[in-house]
Design a protein around this ligand. Structure first.
Ligand code: SF4
Length: 380
């Protein structure tokens, strides 16, 4: 199995963080990782996807856990694979204790620590996660995401400032983890705009050059556009020595999930060989479709097909500076579509539609494309 790629790239002097059988940071080669999009409770399908990703070269495979049933299924997955596993705690931080015995890394999102046990200070929740991780030999990722930033940080800064709230949140969590004596962590700062990803990771690396960074563009969308967006963000960062592990998030069916690893490896190989797309990306000038890579929360697998239909149906508006967001679930969909001109998020039998922050209603999978086009026509 090939876990790691090119080792002749410049690297920042980050500290080494072990995740199961691999180590990121400390001058190690950049690791490529991915995430399962199967239902976690379907252990059979999840094991198959984990192993397929590992065969493609995934150094770490992430699995989302929302419920106790997911946590139980994870024990079975652990039994049936040797891949390094990371768990995504989503909103339910307290499940950390149940899943930690079965994984090598725990990812928590600072913006999601407010959904359960609101009266408990977030600092205590982080302490709990750090204690659990230390007790079970797990690393931690502080995963900050543009669609779910800590509300207190959002309020502190201008609404148009997408960078400072995320950066502040990440730095605050690093300080707390350091104070707690837990240093086996890395950080990610993801946005759907490549330019923002570059800026924010540069700022973070300047303040905390010791902390390993997990790089990626969130909701990059379908290939090939999603790969191009990720490449545009990662090239300048990696050439500068920033980044210890990467993920290329792509909206693809489960049978093609391993393409995320292939794309990540190709990006690193090309950078090492001196092949670049651009020095610095510009904001997308024409129609920009962002869509999530899906995960165990997707309620209807027609989501991927819907994203493809949206791309086809809106080609006539390719030159317009409009952003359309297509998200796979009702949990993160509303927040992740906030900044789009037109936003869709999927339920089991209907799709919600939003136009610049105003919810227009829920439509069946058959109705949604004509309705989307009608809204787009008004903008044209
Ligand atoms: S939007 Fe929902 S389905 Fe898509 S990756 Fe995020 S949590 Fe998963």
């Amino acid at each position: 199995m090939r876990y790691l790629t090119q080792n002749n790239l410049p690297r920042n002097p980050t500290r080494a963080v072990r995740i199961g059988s691999i180590t990121i940071g400390g001058g190690r080669p950049i690791a490529v990782q991915s995430m399962c999009a199967t239902k976690t409770t379907n252990a059979e399908a999840t094991v198959a996807q984990v192993n397929r990703l590992a065969e493609a070269g995934a150094a770490v495979v992430r699995i989302a856990v929302d419920t106790r049933r997911d946590a139980e299924a994870l024990a079975e997955v652990r039994d049936r694979t040797e891949a390094n596993l990371a768990v995504d705690l989503q909103e339910n931080y307290s499940l950390a204790a149940e899943v930690a015995p079965w994984v090598d890394k725990i990812r928590y999102n600072p913006g999601h620590l407010f959904h359960h046990q609101r009266e408990r200070p977030w600092q205590e929740k982080v302490r709990f996660i750090a204690d659990v991780a230390a007790a079970h030999d797990c690393a931690v990722r502080v995963g900050v995401n543009c669609g779910s930033v800590d509300p207190a940080k959002r309020e502190k800064y201008d609404r148009r400032d997408s960078i400072r709230p995320m950066l502040d949140s990440a730095l605050e969590h690093c300080e707390l983890l350091d104070r707690l004596g837990f240093t086996r962590y890395c950080v990610s700062l993801k946005d759907s705009d490549p330019q923002t990803v570059i800026k924010i990771n540069r700022l973070f690396a300047a303040e905390r050059p010791d902390v390993p960074l997990h790089l990626g563009v969130t909701e990059a969308g379908m290939p090939p556009e999603g790969i191009v967006k990720t490449r545009l963000a990662l090239e300048p960062l990696i050439r500068q020595g920033i980044g210890d592990t990467i993920r290329v998030s792509l909206t693809v069916p489960n049978s093609r999930k391993h393409e995320e690893i292939e794309a990540g490896r190709q990006i690193l190989d090309d950078i090492a060989a001196g092949k670049f797309l651009d020095d610095e990306p510009q904001r997308p000038k024409g129609l920009n479709i962002i869509s999530c890579p899906s995960c165990s929360r997707v309620e209807n697998e027609a989501f991927v097909e819907l994203a493809e239909q949206v791309r086809e149906a809106t080609r006539y508006a390719a030159e317009l500076p409009i952003t359309i967001a297509v998200m796979g679930c009702r949990v993160n969909g509303p927040g992740e579509t906030d900044h789009a001109d037109l936003g869709l998020w999927c339920g089991s039998s209907y799709v919600n539609l939003k136009r610049r922050g105003t919810v227009l209603g829920a439509f069946s999978y058959e109705e949604i494309i004509p309705r989307l086009k009608a809204e787009l026509d008004k903008m044209v």
